[in-house]
Design a protein around this ligand. Structure first.
Ligand code: MRU
Length: 323
């Protein structure tokens, strides 16, 4: 697998891969200070729940080195994207490390390393779900570009592929930012995993044709009752999968679990600019558009969570681990 790492710390510098330019251009950008990290997260140069958490952790290192107020820097980072819990989780962990006089760079590196290890574990636990000849469907990008190492939803795919299991993945294009078409299809191509790009609205038809054996998606947050917040369109996909009896798996590291929020109703859903919806379309000038970036899939529609702690049929396993 040769997808470039989305977040890198080397020689005292933080570098982010500009994911807005993929797959056409692979370009990296140094981040001189916490304000530029916050901008990069808001503009989605770096995106994906775990990756924005890791970038924010290194952002806190930059803030400390510049002598900035760490509480204010944390607030600046938290305010960039409200939905993915990993961002606030990572920033709060950095504040706790500072309060305990621990080395912030070591803490950020630990967050990064733990993330890689969690992806490997998700891959190991999830790979047996992929039987020879299986057809999978995934939404958005919960791959190496959104996380580190193997990604989350893609981790079982990479591990199964390494083991020589033949399978095929339908990739939802994922309107409006096209993370599926631009990023997941690119990642799978680099890995040599067979895949087919489809528009988001094709899922029901494919399932009616018995063309999909299982769905695996990532998550930006899983609440205490197991509700799953992920890229807009995930809820519709889960409803359609339920109707057709197709298993619907959520792959997520424990850093995505939010034990403090009872259900999806308590999660702020990011609204992005309407331009992301209208720009590529021949829509009438001035048309009104809304752009909710995420939605909530009720726990009842999730077959199981593929986590670094194993395959959990409900969110209780997370709750026990976090107790
Ligand atoms: O808006 P994005 O591209 O940051 O949204 C990303 C997703 O919704 C992913 O599915 C999620 O963050 C999981 S990444 C492992």
């Amino acid at each position: 697998m040769s997808v470039p790492a989305p977040v890198k710390w080397h020689d005292g510098r933080l570098t982010l891969l500009d994911q807005r330019l993929l797959p056409g251009r692979v370009a990296f950008e140094d981040q001189p200070d916490v304000a530029s990290v916050a901008r990069a997260i808001r503009d989605m140069r770096v995106r994906g729940a775990p990756a924005i958490g890791i970038a924010a952790a290194y952002g806190m290192v930059l803030a400390e080195r510049a002598g900035a107020d760490l509480e204010q820097s944390a607030e600046q980072l938290r305010a960039t994207r409200p939905t993915a819990v990993n961002l606030a989780w990572a920033v709060d962990r950095m504040l706790r490390a500072h309060a305990a006089c621990r080395d912030l760079l070591a803490e950020a590196r630990a967050i990064h390393d733990e993330d890689r290890a969690m992806c490997e574990a998700i891959g190991r636990f999830g790979a047996p779900l992929i039987q020879p000849g299986a057809n999978l469907l995934t939404h958005c990008n919960a791959g190496a570009l959104a996380v580190s190492a193997l990604g989350t939803a893609t981790a079982p795919m990479y591990v199964a592929h390494r083991a020589g299991i033949p399978f095929h993945v339908y990739v939802d294009e994922t309107r409006p930012v096209l993370q599926g078409a631009r990023l997941t299809a690119w990642e799978l191509a680099q890995a040599g995993i067979a895949h087919t790009l489809v528009c988001d609205s094709a899922a029901a038809h494919l399932m009616a044709e018995n063309a999909v054996d299982l769905v695996i998606v990532g998550a930006d947050r899983v609440t205490a009752n197991g509700d799953t917040v992920n890229k807009i369109g995930t809820r519709a996909l889960a409803i359609v999968a339920d109707y057709h009896g197709v298993p619907f798996y959520v792959a997520c590291p424990s850093s995505t679990f939010d034990a403090d929020t009872a259900s999806g109703r308590g999660v702020p859903i990011e609204e992005r600019t309407s331009g992301e919806v209208t720009n590529p379309l021949p829509a009438p000038a001035g048309v009104r558009a809304r752009n909710p970036a995420f939605d909530v899939t009720p726990a009842s529609l999730v077959t199981a969570y593929i986590t670094d702690m194993g395959i959990l049929p409900t969110a209780d396993g997370f709750l026990r681990a976090c107790a």
